[in-house]
Design a protein around this ligand. Sequence first.
Ligand code: 13P
Ligand code: SF4
Length: 315
Amino acid sequence: MLTNFNISGGFFLKPNIIEKINTLKKQKKAVILAHCYQPVEIDEVADYVGDSLSLSQIASKTDAEIIIFAGVYFMAQTAKLLSPNKKVLLPQIEAGCRMADMLSYRQLLEFKSKHPSIPLVCYVNSTAEVKAECDICCTSSNAVQIVKSLGVSKVSFVPDTYLGKWVEKQLGNVEVITYPGFCPTHLQIRPVDIENARKKYPDAVILAHPECHMSVSSIADYVGSTTGIMKYVKDSKKKSFVIATEQGVVDRLKRDYPNKNIIPIKNNIVCPNMKMTSLDDILYVLETEENEIFVKKDIAQKAVKCLDAMLEVSK
Ligand code: 13P
Ligand code: SF4
């Protein structure tokens, strides 16, 4: 049962809010999508919990009338691009992605002009304006497949330099020119953390997200998206796993596999923006329908092509 600590020092039960959200969700034909980095209690009301790719695929197919995206801004915006006739609500309108914020439209145009005549791939962690100028989108789980599908020997890639360089290493025969963006949360993980974990837990498998620095991902045992990491733990016969990504993945794995030993690579690998969402915020947007996401028509028309191109490859 979910509990929360109240001001008077006792515990009160949360089922009330969960029940309210679930009732209202049915009445309003709403669907709640939650990213794996969200606070774990959000799963109590979520219809789907997953990585950026799986949630985009669901957003593009849902017949719900309202999509509540428990995640960060670019995720809700992506859902709006893929489901333009649906009402998309972001529980915390201030929750942005610090990596996406590193690449403005002007910076994108400047980068693009330096690398003409080669396909421009954008990570989904980007604004609609950026997507509108790119040829194809990707997420962390399909980036290798997407770049490979282009069948060229050189691409440019924005905004995550480490995901781009990781793709280059996986493919071996494609040069990936990257924009110098990064995820501040994943960059807190250093190679020495992996080395220490290996010494301390010699039997553990070390799993990392491709947003980590290359010096980290190149020495991990497995590199994959949040869902990829969770699936690896689910399917593995091993007992111990060191998780080199955001705390939300650690919390869900601990909850789902109490008999496995789930070890965070270090404390406080937390995306502050992902952790802004609360159950109260979800109830609030469900009740008021505030925090609706809109995208200008001309930008949306171009940006959706970039997403559709990805979904076509990743069917
Ligand atoms: P996923 O593609 O694994 O969902 O990751 C998205 C993200 O923002 C990771 O920082
Ligand atoms: Fe953006 Fe990093 Fe947070 Fe993912 S973890 S949403 S890339 S800031």
